[in-house]
Unconditional design. Sequence first.
Length: 62
Amino acid sequence: MKSNKKKKNKQKFSNLKSLLKADREKEIEQYGKQVSMRPSRVHKSKKDYDRKKNEVDERELE
């Protein structure tokens, strides 16, 4: 019983994966880049602590 369930789940997953890939390729053909999954950029506050940026600033001071 379990093996049949696993096979069905695997088939569903592979079908979904192929549909997503086809949709992504169609979108790239149409727009030249992937649009729908692109996260929107959010304005970052200057007051937020950013360890990486602070390290770069310290290196520039030396």
